[in-house]
Design a protein around this ligand. Structure first.
Ligand code: ATP
Length: 252
């Protein structure tokens, strides 16, 4: 079945589309097989969250937009799942906040980096970083710590969707403002983040873009106030409570 053949009135439409995109990503050589496992974990948490954007995740998306707009040098890190699930939306966000797009893979191969870069260019990206690898994230082994010196290494604000905990901690140790998109509020990476967005990246990425467009004319001082008034701990607690209390309607 192709994506367009999935009936839109199917009760699990969004989930089926997501699975289809990840499967296609693996077939195209942009998503790793490990990415399939990550997808399965994400889907379970999305189900428990009611497959919706919680008010606390929306507040996080707004704070993220403000942080990106206030940044000197923002960067969006793109892995195989992000590229498969939301390529156009990611390119759109980078344009809205004038951020670098950098391919950065946990399971790195030069071939997959090139394919993802081509895929992003096919969705409108002008420049894609991550192909040079002349920078590093200190404290990580070479393969996991390699980044571009003029990209993630020198960025002051980074968006890392579906990041692994060690790299999230290492980026944090570099003093960057870190925005993590992850459906699991108990995972180490959102717990390390300055701004954890507990939401499906399919919903979160366009939501940050919408907030960025709304905040485009806001002064730097007011952007700073939005960022400073966001409470990461509270956002994580609210997401955990939503899961525990089961305040969701089963869609099937
Ligand atoms: P950590 O090292 O941070 O504890 P982890 O081991 O829990 O990470 P991984 O298996 O490395 O996590 O990656 C999967 C993570 O990505 C899970 O936390 C999962 O919830 C999240 N995830 C998967 N798909 C999505 C998605 N579409 N949107 C947001 N998060 C997702």
């Amino acid at each position: 079945m192709t994506e367009t053949e999935i009936p839109e009135d199917h009760p699990r439409y969004a989930s089926l589309v997501t699975r289809h995109r990840i499967e296609a990503g693996v077939e195209q050589g942009i998503t790793s097989k490990q990415g399939l496992i990550a997808q399965g974990r994400g889907e379970a948490f999305d189900y428990l969250l009611g497959e919706r954007t919680l008010p606390s995740a929306d507040a996080a998306a707004r704070a993220a937009a403000a942080a990106l707009l206030a940044a000197d040098h923002p960067a969006l890190s793109v892995n195989g799942n992000v590229a498969a699930l939301a390529p156009a939306e990611t390119v759109d966000l980078a344009a809205a906040v004038d951020a670098d797009l950098e391919v950065n893979l946990f399971n790195h191969t030069d071939e997959r980096v090139r394919r993802i870069a081509d895929h992003l260019r096919g969705h409108g990206a002008d420049e894609v970083k991550g192909l040079v690898g002349d920078g590093e994230i200190p404290g990580l082994e070479h393969a996991r710590g390699t980044v571009d010196a003029d990209g993630i290494e020198s960025a002051d604000v980074v968006v890392v969707p579906l990041e692994d905990g060690d790299r999230a901690a290492a980026l944090d140790a570099m003093g960057k403002t870190e925005i993590v998109i992850d459906l699991n509020p108990g995972s180490r990476s959102p717990r390390t983040a300055d701004i954890p967005i507990i939401d499906n990246l399919i919903r979160a990425v366009p939501n940050v873009t919408t907030h960025a467009r709304d905040l485009a004319d806001v002064s730097p001082a007011d952007l700073r106030t939005i960022v400073d008034s966001f409470d990461a701990e509270e956002a994580l607690t609210e997401a955990e409570a939503a899961i525990r209390e089961g305040e969701f309607e089963r869609s099937a």
